[in-house]
Design a protein around this ligand. Structure first.
Ligand SMILES: NC(=O)c1ccc[n+]([C@@H]2O[C@H](COP(=O)([O-])OP(=O)(O)OC[C@H]3O[C@@H](n4cnc5c(N)ncnc54)[C@H](O)[C@@H]3O)[C@@H](O)[C@H]2O)c1
Length: 262
């Protein structure tokens, strides 16, 4: 399938896990992918594995000036911006009383404010791209934004208070922004993954007294009996960006093995 030929996309947090799998999938369908990450080395590793054009960028999505520079560099490289995947995220495992204010602020800054800032600066760039395409009389499927929320936005999970709040905020922001920008040809959606097999999960389980048992417990809470793969999330992202997703607007696409259906 080559549904994304020539599309210019930014993937944040593309140096690892779900973001890296999304970058690989989008490139395999013909997109040009700017992989942006806190770690430039990690972003470069992902770009080296892409089948098409790639660009590695360093960004902290919680900082407005760095997000502005990320968008400007991608636009400068390829002359426009057609899609953005807001995937960069961090987690904290704690209940509400056990969450420090510092941890609350850190999680909100990266997950929710980061998603806000990337949309804030990407949407005007997408608007300019669409206007230029229209002036040239070019056919365009419009622009697309995919925000990586989580199944915890709609299902309560123990010890994830701040993280769940940030992911619920992303889902609400997705819906609000989808309505604001649908008329100008910018489609905005979210993906709600269940537990996905990424280095993140490995780092959580490694910190437990019995890592194998911790992984087994995470697997057991998935009704389909296994972790979701990063490639399954990437397939949904590619669909949402492609013209096949043209009528999907402001949606929270659940890819969780049945986790939130219980
Ligand atoms: N793994 C899961 O089970 C799961 C489930 C639901 C949702 N998610 C979400 O998917 C996204 C990716 O998760 P993952 O499992 O691939 O994690 P990961 O830790 O493997 O990758 C996250 C990437 O984001 C980057 N990053 C972190 N903070 C950043 C910042 N401030 N600016 C730019 N980049 C930053 C990291 O360097 C890393 O490369 C996150 O938003 C996470 O909340 C993950």
């Amino acid at each position: 399938m080559m549904r994304l030929t020539g599309r210019r996309v930014i993937v944040t947090g593309g140096g690892s896990g779900i973001g890296a799998a999304i970058a690989v999938r989008l490139a395999s369908e013909g997109a040009r992918v700017a992989v942006a990450d806190l770690s430039l080395e990690a972003a470069q590793r992902t770009v080296e594995g892409l089948s098409g054009a790639g660009l590695a960028l360093r960004v902290n999505v919680a900082r407005a000036e760095e997000v502005q520079a990320m968008v400007a560099q991608a636009v400068q490289a390829w002359g426009g911006l057609d899609a953005l995947v807001n995937n960069a995220g961090i987690g904290v495992a704690a209940t509400t009383p056990d969450t420090s204010e510092d941890d609350w602020d850190r999680v909100m800054a990266v997950n929710l404010k980061g998603t806000f800032l990337c949309m804030k600066y990407a949407i005007p760039a997408m608007r300019r791209t669409l206007q230029e395409q229209s002036l040239r009389g070019e056919e365009s499927g419009g622009a697309a934004i995919v925000n990586i929320s989580s199944a915890v936005a709609v299902a309560g999970v123990p010890n994830r208070a701040a993280y769940s709040a940030s992911k619920g905020g992303i889902l609400a922001l997705t819906r609000a922004a989808a309505i604001d920008h649908v008329a100008e040809g910018i489609r905005i959606n979210a993906i709600l993954p269940g537990t996905v097999d990424t280095p993140w999960i490995a780092s959580i389980t490694a910190g437990q007294p019995d890592p194998a048992a911790a992984r087994a417990a995470m697997t057991a809470r998935q009704p389909h009996g296994r972790l979701v793969s990063a490639q399954e999330i990437a397939a949904m992202a590619a669909y949402l960006i492609s013209d096949e997703g043209a009528s999907v607007i402001g949606a929270g696409m659940v890819v969780d093995g049945g986790f939130s259906a219980r």
